[in-house]
Design a protein. Structure first.
Length: 472
């Protein structure tokens, strides 16, 4: 095949292939070239980012394959009623990213480097809501429910043809979640259960690994990757990677267009061979399970449950026999997003539905099933072509084997957690958006410990927030 070069130095087949990959699957979009505007210039009301074009330097850098961005996320929030405590607080983070396109830099075609850092600040409402599933996915990183700094991702991707690419490095798995109507916590839903299936509760958020991307046709994308099973956002020592096992993730995504309306169907599978503490334990080993086992995407409920165990069953805190372990875990998920109406000629605007279902082994995974569904809209309000909205419901159903003693003896619940969320994201300028958000959460826990260490009932919580996003 004859190579055809575009004016910016790309080899055309590689560029075409990566564009197709990006359109077909979030996994491909996470590793391919970053989308750039025709210019970063313009007045304050029209420029894509607050800091503008840096005197023309930003456009020139993009033409040479260098894109440097920073995004600030601000979250004033409060529990209006219910939950553990009615309180208000402020949380936020700043994302930094550097993307390098080797083709545009004149080095070699099809190669891309991506670096991502995150700094968080403020305080979360996690303890005030009393939910098991965090009401905002940003509570989970880079530190869990606390301010921290971390390198979330550092990857290299190489496309060898329009049908095949490989990637490796430290992978930010949250980049794999965005869909048309959910998966972007900044402008879509906030609740963790409405960003991704919690069937993946054992999957690290950031970890070293690598994988492949296959594009059999323009409308089908297959991705597969292996990750360090114990990876953490704050862990950068590659020497420890895969010391205690791997997590394998595979997905297949198909673009469909019934009646000319855009839609996506995705099937995802997860398997890990990391040795974990089994949920099926002698009662004297429950304390060990609660303190030692971590669920990266669930913000582990173990410490709270351990405090309850210590107060009401202190005799069970001393293990008398080795803990049971299990050598593998699996999960499978199916989801779709489908437009029901679209303005003519608009590929990413309209009103549609989304749905996701997940199932796991239920041991060692504390989650048995997950459900997510809702309605989303983009650019459909007259005169507000860049606004979006959504209404969604999510259910997280826990495994019957997850701490049955505490559930039965103390009526703690731990059966299922329901969340209903609605939001409207108003684009004030291309670089600034404001998003009122309301969540109703029926926690999986019926009771929790109050400030005096006594059990108290947990009522359905109502949480309100006002998300603000600034693109620098």
């Amino acid at each position: 095949m004859t190579k055809q070069y575009s004016r910016d130095g790309h080899v055309a087949p590689f560029l075409l292939g990566t564009v197709f990959l990006m359109a077909a699957n979030p996994a491909a979009n996470a590793f391919g070239p970053v989308e750039t505007p025709p210019t970063w210039g313009g007045d304050l009301a029209s420029r894509p980012r607050l800091s503008g074009n840096w005197g023309g330097a930003r456009d020139e850098l993009a033409k040479k394959g260098v894109v440097l961005d920073a995004d600030m996320y601000l979250l004033p929030q409060g529990v209006i009623t219910g939950g553990k405590d009615s309180d208000a607080d402020f949380w936020g983070n700043v994302d930094y990213s550097l993307n390098l396109d080797m083709g545009k830099m004149g080095l070699w075609p099809g190669g891309f480097f991506k670096f991502q850092g995150v700094s968080s600040f403020g305080n979360t409402l996690f303890n005030d809501v009393g939910a098991v599933v965090p009401t905002n996915v940003s509570y989970l990183f880079p530190g869990v429910n606390e301010a921290d700094n971390a390198l979330m991702g550092a990857t290299f991707t190489q496309f060898f043809s329009t049908h095949f690419g490989v990637f490796m490095g430290k992978i930010n798995t949250l980049d794999l979640t965005p869909t048309e109507f959910y998966g972007n916590y900044r402008t879509q839903f906030s609740n963790t259960a409405l960003n991704f299936s919690l069937a993946t509760s054992m999957m690290p958020i950031s970890a070293y690994g690598g994988g492949i991307l296959l594009l059999p046709t323009e409308n089908i994308t297959i991705a597969a990757m292996a990750l360090d099973a114990s990876g953490k956002s704050t862990e950068n020592n590659i020497d420890k990677a895969f010391d205690d096992g791997a997590t394998v993730l595979t997905s297949a995504s198909i673009k469909i267009k019934p009646f000319g309306l855009a839609g996506n169907q995705t099937v995802t599978g997860l398997w890990s061979d990391k040795s974990r503490l089994s949920l099926d334990q002698d009662p004297n080993n429950i304390g060990r399970l609660l303190l030692n086992e971590q669920y990266p995407r669930l913000s582990s409920p173990g410490p709270v449950l351990h405090r309850i165990l210590a107060k009401y069953f202190p005799e069970l805190l001393v293990p008398i026999r080795p803990a049971n372990r299990t050598d593998s875990t699996w999960a499978i998920m199916y989801g779709f997003d489908q437009y029901l109406w679209q303005p003519q000629g608009e590929a990413h605007k309209g009103i549609g539905l989304f749905f996701n279902f997940g199932a796991t082994d239920g041991n060692p995974n504390p989650i048995q099933y997950t459900y997510m569904m809702g309605i989303g809209g983009k650019g459909v309000v007259p005169g507000r072509s860049n606004d979006s909205f959504g209404v969604g419901w999510a259910r997280t159903q826990f495994s019957d084997q997850f701490i049955p003693l505490l559930r039965q003896q103390l009526n703690l619940g731990l059966d299922k957690e329901d969340a209903i969320e609605m939001y409207y994201t108003a684009s004030v300028t291309p670089w600034f958006s404001v998003s009122p958000n309301l969540q109703v959460v029926n926690s999986a826990m019926n009771k929790t410990l109050d400030n005096n260490g006594e059990l108290q009932d947990l009522d359905v919580s109502l949480e309100a927030s006002l998300r603000m996003n600034i693109k620098f």
